[in-house]
Design a protein around this ligand. Sequence first.
Ligand SMILES: Cc1cc2nc3c(=O)[nH]c(=O)nc-3n(C[C@H](O)[C@H](O)[C@H](O)COP(=O)(O)O)c2cc1C
Length: 381
Amino acid sequence: MTIAAVADFRARAERRLPKFVFDYMDGGAGAEAGIRRNEAAFDALELKPRMLVNVEQRDLSTTFLGRKWAAPFGTAPIGLGNLIWPHAEETIARACVAANLPYSLSTPACTTLERIAEIAGKNAWFQLYVGRAEEMVAGLVERADAAGYDVMLVTIDVPVAPRRHRDIRNNFSVPFRFSPRVLYELATHPEWSLRTLAAGRPRFANMERYATVKRYQNVTAYMSSQVTGRFDWNDLKKLRKRWKRKLVVKGLLAAEDAKRARALGCDGIVISNHGGRQLSSLPAPIDVLPEIRAAVGPAFPLILDSGVRSGESIVKALAAGADFVLVGRAMMYAVAALGAAGPKTAIDLLVDEASRTLAQIGYTDIASLKAAAPIVRRERK
Ligand SMILES: Cc1cc2nc3c(=O)[nH]c(=O)nc-3n(C[C@H](O)[C@H](O)[C@H](O)COP(=O)(O)O)c2cc1C
């Protein structure tokens, strides 16, 4: 099939996945105004073009968090990645290694952090959720350290489990409840069903050893039971002491919080609203990025995610003050659409779009793009 854009991955993913799986990946909090806002905020921005520049040779590489990457983006952490497509986590991790981009493994992933470290080495970042069980948090931090991870993203924007209308209506749970509707979806999406059957049930590979629940009890309910609204600045400070390598706070949206994270010794933040999955009324990260950049100064590492669907959006994020970008759904749509070929196809597409965008506006590398910051926010009546 011909892929013109990330929207084509999404359309094909929707056909190939059972509805409850597609909705888990694609959906968001409430009636999903947050998802629409994230994408609309990118669309509303313009790039100021400079012409008559020799842009024949272009270089997207960038140095970030102590390493040189081939392009200024990586894969965001996605829980239950292998539910979306069997072996998705390993497949994406391998594609990121081949392309020299970072891959973030989620705490509620289906692959162990040790296995991803074996596959992806220093291209792997680990994303930590601080759950209720202290034994689990301590264990995950220790294991990430032992496995050699250099970068830990600690996600702090889930103080409560969200209300995602699609998941609630679908009665989404893992393992699935075999209702007539679920059975119908499995029967009408045989490739996903047979491959999932062959690969084994998706499970929380990093967490199940700490769970007090038995292996095949409802793991989604167990996850919700682990969500605690208790984690605060004091706990972040303790985590900062405990984790000696790079610590990046994922899920901040306020300039005051960004400054506080910097003051506490964090190595960077991800400006994120979790892809619109926690609350529909949060600001789009791309809209708050300029005020956060102004508050933390030019040197503090800022990553942006939420709503990135093209290389053009990646260039806009950098022009607006980000150092790096994470893509969530765009990568998952691709792996669901094309299986093993998906991640490389998605990376090539995003790199090609970003490179053409740079050329079209008159830049040849990331440093000169960031220095010029050619972003325009035009007031429209
Ligand atoms: C299906 C799905 C699962 C996710 N799971 C996690 C997770 O386990 N941990 C986390 O920090 N963020 C998680 N996120 C949020 C992403 O890391 C990222 O912030 C978000 O997808 C960015 O928005 P985008 O999908 O519009 O690119 C998840 C997102 C999706 C779509």
